[in-house]
Design a protein. Structure first.
Length: 405
């Protein structure tokens, strides 16, 4: 296990992250139900979705700099406590019949704004809680737990809770935030695993600190390649997600019942990927694992876009999920291993901010291409994009001398 221990803080961080993902999944099931009950306008509904992307573009870099300035433990539990209060207040508003679409948009925007600080601080705090050699295993277990909690527990629970009343899922989500806040607040504050970051340099400004993080990302060949590959990968994911229902039902010919089973294959694959990703990394090394996983995803996209059968689509989506989890685990781990802890919030924020642009762009491009062609054509085009991502990482790894030329 490379020195990974549940005691000393990691177990509490894992529990908080998994519990929060469960609550988020419950909320994400209820959110479109509430939105659809408030308006039938597709444009209005899209505003709720857009509100979940915009804060990363507006505040992602700023939050990364803040995560490197403050006590990350304190920032994380305060953020979760605030999020719990906001979602709890929204649950009360729903129960009293005061829901409005503008309130829903505001909630989505506020939660994602707070998430930008939480996620950057969480990425930066993990290397202070576990040994460097244990990071691949720590990240894999964390992401696997979140995948199980979100896909197999949170989503079904959300569907059941909606039947009990639209306020119930939000009340549960608020509770998970508050419990997670208590767990994070109990993390160690003064020991070899201290989470307090070094004080900022005298006279330093947020702009200068953000620029320092960007320079570190740009000058590291491997991290720069991973960042670009993340952008390309999110373009693919955005397009695939936007057209998934049409790909599975119209192209692959699945019934409504089979649609859910095919879609569940991705979640199952992601769980398997989390279980094997650390072992794959030990076998190949993190950079080679990234290249292999991106190549596998390219092949999966070719199958999805060329074989019109639900079984083939399910198998390809499952393998796509396995490879996707390997990509996520090792992209995060390599960043944590190559960046000084005092810069980690800024560098991870830069990578996330660049990557998040890809999802909405990919959704729009895939939709436009499907309008003038068949629904499978965007998936085949995405295979080319994903192959480009694999080549980018391969070239970057060679430049960093992690892969032989």
């Amino acid at each position: 296990m490379s020195g990974l221990r549940w005691r000393g803080g990691y177990g509490r961080l894992w529990s908080a992250a998994v519990l929060s993902r469960f609550g988020d999944s419950v909320r994400n099931v209820a959110l479109p139900v509430v939105a659809a009950g408030l308006t039938a306008s597709p444009l209005a509904l899209s505003l709720v979705s857009a509100a979940g992307y915009l804060p990363w573009l507006l505040f992602g870099l700023l939050s990364g700099a803040l995560a490197d300035r403050v006590d990350r433990r304190r920032a994380m539990w305060i953020v979760d406590a605030v999020r719990g209060g906001l979602v709890g207040a929204f649950a009360v508003a729903l129960a009293l019949g005061y829901a409005h679409l503008a309130l829903l948009v505001a909630l989505s925007f506020a939660l994602t704004t707070l998430q930008t600080l939480f996620d950057n601080a969480a990425t930066a705090i993990l290397p202070t809680l576990v040994p460097r050699a244990a990071l691949p295993t720590a990240n894999a277990r964390l992401m696997t737990g979140q995948a199980i909690a979100g896909t197999f527990l949170g989503a079904p629970a959300g569907g059941l809770l909606v039947t009990a009343g639209v306020a119930a899922p939000f009340a549960v989500d608020a509770t998970t935030y508050l419990v997670a806040a208590a767990l994070i607040a109990s993390l160690p504050t003064a020991s070899a695993t201290a989470t307090v970051t070094p004080a900022k340099a005298t006279g330093s400004t947020l702009r200068a600190e953000i620029a320092a993080g960007l320079r570190v990302l740009w000058r590291d060949h491997l991290l720069r390649g991973i960042c670009l590959a993340n952008l390309l990968g999110n373009i693919v994911i955005g397009g695939l997600t936007a057209l998934m229902v049409l790909i599975i039902t119209r192209w692959a010919g699945a019934s409504d019942v089979v649609f859910g089973l095919v879609l569940a294959a991705y979640g199952a694959g992601a769980t398997v990927g989390g279980l094997v990703s650390a072992r794959v990394g030990r076998w190949l090394g993190g950079a080679r694992a990234l290249v292999l996983a991106l190549t596998v995803q390219t092949a999966c996209l070719v199958v999805i876009g060329s074989v019109a059968h639900p079984a083939a689509t399910a198998c390809a989506l499952g393998l796509f999920g396995v490879a996707g989890m390997i990509v996520n685990v090792h992209a995060v781990t390599l960043t944590q291993q190559r960046v000084p802890v005092e810069l980690l919030g800024r560098v991870s924020a830069a990578g996330r901010t660049v990557g998040i642009v890809g999802a909405p762009v990919g959704a729009v491009l895939a939709g436009a291409l499907a309008e003038v062609s068949d629904v499978n054509v965007p998936t085949l085009a995405s295979a080319v994009v994903m192959a480009s991502a694999a080549l980018v990482v391969l070239r970057a790894a060679r430049s960093a001398r992690l892969v032989q030329v």
